[in-house]
Design a protein. Structure first.
Length: 248
């Protein structure tokens, strides 16, 4: 299992400086720190978006347990406000970076100009275990009004009626012209697995986020579909493709 967190600040930073976490109801945030969640104390992915192409760009994850050896530099860095095709991110699913529960995790950036800076972190409970089964992909839409530096939650409208039963969520693809990241929030669940959003129908995405490559992300009954948290710039239309296994 995994869960997704974000940082976002518009600022000019000539040296590595911690940026502000996006307010988040399922994580503990103190100042510029996200406290490493109990049960999800590994980093299995990270991304940085800095809206600049200057040669001074840097992004680094900083925590006491990392500093004991070496802080983690994020590379490559996306030059822009959104990911585009193919999202550039660190993908260390097979060898997650262990952290200490409740220690502070900061994301620091250096940019040399007054621009928007974003960072994403995928926490996990260990190396994700792929799942297999008969996977169906269903299209849905949302009309979430995206707001800068804010997770905004909203419901899905499926393009077809799901047969009665229980479904496992085993992947997703979400596109929006100005979207950055989306998280699934099954009813009654706590963790919020997320994906980098693509920004056009024909954009590429990393296939491990699809078809069970990162395990089961949650379950729901057809009568209580999940909602979604989304992060991005001003936008009001998103297209969601959910990969599902009918489990009951």
């Amino acid at each position: 299992m995994m869960t997704t967190a974000a940082y976002e600040t518009s600022a000019s930073e000539a040296a590595l400086t911690s940026i502000t976490p996006v307010p988040d109801s399922h994580l503990t945030i103190v100042g510029n720190d996200i406290r490493v969640p109990d049960g999800m104390n590994n980093i299995c992915g990270a991304a940085a978006l800095i809206n600049s192409a200057l040669a001074t760009l840097r992004a680094e994850l900083v925590a006491p347990s990392l500093r004991a050896t070496i802080n983690f530099d994020i590379s490559p860095i996306n030059n822009g406000l959104v990911f585009g095709s193919l999202p550039r991110l660190v993908r260390n699913w097979a060898s997650p970076l262990p952290l200490v529960v409740n220690e502070p995790l900061d994301l620091q950036i250096q940019n040399g100009a007054a621009v928007m800076n974003r960072g994403l972190v995928w926490f996990c409970d260990g190396p994700p275990k792929p799942t297999t089964g008969k996977v169906y992909t269903v299209r849905a839409t949302t009309s979430i009004a995206l707001v800068t530096a804010t997770w905004v939650n909203g419901p899905l409208t499926f393009g077809q009626t799901l047969p009665a039963g229980k479904y496992q969520i085993v992947g997703m693809r979400i596109w929006s012209a100005n979207g950055v990241c989306a998280r699934v929030f099954p009813v009654g669940a706590f963790w919020r697995p997320g994906v980098p959003m693509v920004n056009a129908e024909d954009n590429n995405e990393w296939l491990e986020f699809r078809y069970g490559g990162l395990g089961v992300w949650g379950e729901f009954l057809n009568t209580t579909p999940p909602t979604f948290d989304m992060l991005g710039i001003t936008d009001t239309a998103q297209v969601v493709y959910l990969d599902l296994i009918k489990s009951a």
